[in-house]
Design a protein around this ligand. Structure first.
Ligand SMILES: [Zn+2]
Length: 206
């Protein structure tokens, strides 16, 4: 199964929000089941293909389907909390998300390890999955780190009102407005050009 979710957010947690996309006026769910979730996790660099295959083999697709359902629930709690936070409100909603995040993070199976590579040591983190649900901790960690910032000004929703995608503005000038310059950015340019043309020549209607 191929996920249609775009990876344009420059942020794992915002890429998770973007697993709901708008297409021809309809919203499309990109992680409706466990298979599509695993595909998305690998495509987004959250899991390796080897880890994904091992999870499916060890826990079975029913448990992975349940993980997908819990991921969607976490995603929507995150979306509501972020939208509220962006308008300077939402302490109650954020409190509910914090509880959800802490419950997930308390079950994380991460540990630090030292790797030797070409005579140099590297400290890295590893996880041993005792159940499929622990995969949520990777996503919860990214969501928690996003809210850990003092300023969410660079966390933006696409300026196209009909677009539902989010991104982190990592441009130097911090002027990124659209999820994609080729899609929404280009549409906005064309619309502005048509508007200018119509204003300039209102009689011929072209
Ligand atoms: Zn957009």
């Amino acid at each position: 199964m191929t996920s249609k979710a775009p990876f344009l957010a420059d942020n794992v947690s915002l890429n998770l929000l973007n697993t709901i996309v708008a297409s021809r006026g309809q919203t499309v769910e990109c992680i409706p089941d466990g298979e599509s979730l695993l595909h998305w996790l690998v495509a987004g660099g959250v899991l390796t293909q080897v880890e994904s295959d091992a999870l499916k083999r060890r826990f079975g697709i029913a448990e992975i389907d349940l993980l997908a359902s819990h991921t969607r629930r976490l995603r929507e709690s995150f979306r509501v909390a972020l939208e509220q936070r962006k308008v300077g409100d939402g302490d109650l909603v954020l409190d509910s998300l914090v509880q959800q995040l802490n419950l997930i993070l308390s079950k994380d199976a991460r540990y630090l390890a030292v790797e030797l590579f070409n005579g140099t040591t590297h400290v890295c983190s590893r996880r041993v999955w005792e159940n499929a649900e622990q995969v949520l901790s990777v996503l919860a960690e990214n969501i928690a780190l996003l809210f850990n910032r003092n300023d969410l000004g660079l966390i933006k929703k696409c300026a196209n009102p009909s677009c539902v995608l989010w991104f982190e503005d990592k441009t130097r000038a911090h002027r990124r407005q659209y999820c994609s310059s080729r899609a929404c950015g280009n549409r906005a340019k064309v619309a502005a050009f048509r508007l200018r043309k119509n204003v300039a020549s209102p009689i011929d209607g072209s």
